[in-house]
Design a protein around this ligand. Structure first.
Ligand SMILES: Cc1ncc(C[n+]2csc(CCOP(=O)(O)OP(=O)(O)O)c2C)c(N)n1
Ligand SMILES: [Mg+2]
Length: 415
């Protein structure tokens, strides 16, 4: 680039093609003008020209559904809070919190039909809940007891994927299989199926994800790319991942992209439902950017006070996904104290089940990990295991060979 060429920072490509709004401006903090929102943080319903919630439902049915979302979100938050506490008590090796992302997960998870298939990352506890995966199984994974003990085909919910973005390729390949099985565009609501790949804003920079987009577009695969833009990839802010709002990237791959308020369960449900319907109908992939915020740390090994402003966290507290639903339901006389109390009681019971269930699980040993890579042990792994065992022996006796807590210290902390 010659020295006299200047790049305009507010609008990209104004002389070369479509005007793309830059993704990191100040007004972008609340999602920008393209954000699909049906329920404001103050609990007010909004109309949107393309998406709506509750069509075809009676007023009672609609209220029932929203109360269901409220219950799902409260219980999901409870799973998250309990798991975080269990990690602090040394019962889990690590936990990836979803605090603040409940609406994105419950809205999208409840839009699924039984025959749809989900490929999650490691934070999709709310989607797992919607799919009927026992939360204790999630705890087993984070305790290191197993590598994920649920059967993906039982709930059409894949195993958690830690390799950032890899599951988008799995999802696209699976969707191409669904297409080849003839389970797309038949018009039979029991048969037509869609696949959802969950991933984060940081993952959108991965080669795998971009390759998945290309394949999905080329083959018109029945896949929904559901990106929870929680603004952070560990300590890397979204401004560094993309020059434009993420949803606009879809255009370059040849399929639609939409940005939805990820803290609005009604909008997330409506937008995901529409995207799933496109996929099941044979109209191909859609990119859904759920604009949200990671209220907690990246995982329990992370300290976000080292890289982000507490005023940002305070700003997003006012957009709490559960609170706005509660305000809406209460203000409109759709939820009484008895209902709120019954959900709280259910949350208490769930918390107790998780605490007791987790403590009753076996204590894994750090060296077990070497035995779980392949069905049969290889010479190389056996020697790595021996070497690591020798290394652990160099620690003080009270730390050497410790289970979960020792595992993190000795390995420098899992990410
Ligand atoms: C291929 C790969 N590279 C790096 C990592 C380390 N890592 C774990 S989580 C993470 C950030 C992911 O951020 P994002 O996609 O926004 O998801 P979030 O954690 O915010 O839900 C990174 C880089 C990894 N697990 N896999
Ligand atoms: Mg992120």
């Amino acid at each position: 680039m010659s020295a006299d060429v200047t790049v305009k920072r507010d609008v990209i490509g104004s002389d070369f093609g479509p005007q793309l709004v830059q993704g990191s401006g100040l007004d972008e903090r609340d999602g920008g003008p393209e954000l699909v929102q049906l329920l404001t943080p103050e609990g007010e319903r909004l109309e949107h020209p393309s998406f709506s919630f509750g069509e075809g439902l009676s007023a009672d049915e609609e209220a029932e559904k929203i109360r269901g979302f409220y219950r799902d979100m409260v219980l999901t938050r409870r799973i998250d809070v309990e798991a975080t506490a269990l990690q602090r008590h040394g019962e889990l090796g690590i936990w990836a919190q979803l605090l603040g992302q409940e609406a994105a997960q419950i809205g999208s998870g409840r839009a699924l039909r039984t025959q749809d298939y989900v490929f999650p990352t490691y934070r999709e506890h709310g989607v797992a809940w919607c799919r009927g995966v026992d939360p204790l199984r999630l705890l087993g994974l984070f305790r290191g007891v197993d590598q994920g003990s649920w059967d993906p085909n039982e709930n059409n919910f894949g195993l958690y994927t830690i390799v950032i973005g890899a599951q988008t390729l799995h999802a696209t390949g699976y969707a191409m299989g669904v297409q080849r099985d003839g389970a797309v565009g038949t018009g039979d609501p029991e048969r037509d199926a869609a696949v959802v790949a969950y991933f984060g804003d940081g993952a959108s920079s991965q080669g795998d994800v971009n390759e998945a987009f290309i394949f999905a577009a080329s083959y018109n695969a029945p896949v929904v790319f559901f990106c929870q833009n929680n603004q952070w990839a560990i300590s890397e802010p979204i401004e560094r991942q993309s020059r434009i709002p993420l949803y606009q990237r879809a255009l370059g791959f040849g399929f639609p992209g939409v940005r939805v308020d990820g803290n609005d369960v009604l909008a997330t449900y409506a937008v995901t439902q529409a995207a799933l319907e496109r996929a099941r109908d044979g109209q191909g992939p859609t990119f859904v950017e759920a604009y949200t915020y990671r209220m907690g740390a990246h995982t329990t090994t992370d300290d976000p006070t080292r890289y982000r402003l507490s005023s940002d966290v305070e700003h997003w507290k006012l957009k709490d996904p559960i609170q706005r639903v509660k305000v809406y339901l209460t203000r409109n006389g759709l939820m009484d104290q008895d209902f709120a109390d019954s959900v709280d009681a259910e949350a208490e019971e769930l918390g107790e089940k998780l605490r007791d269930g987790c403590r009753a699980m076996p204590d894994p040993h750090i060296l077990d990990v070497f035995d779980k890579v392949f069905a049969e042990q290889t010479e190389e792994l056996a020697s790595q295991k021996a070497g690591y065992s020798d290394y652990l022996d160099t620690f003080e006796p009270e730390h050497a060979g410790e289970g979960r807590a020792g595992a993190e210290t000795a390995s420098g902390g899992a990410r």
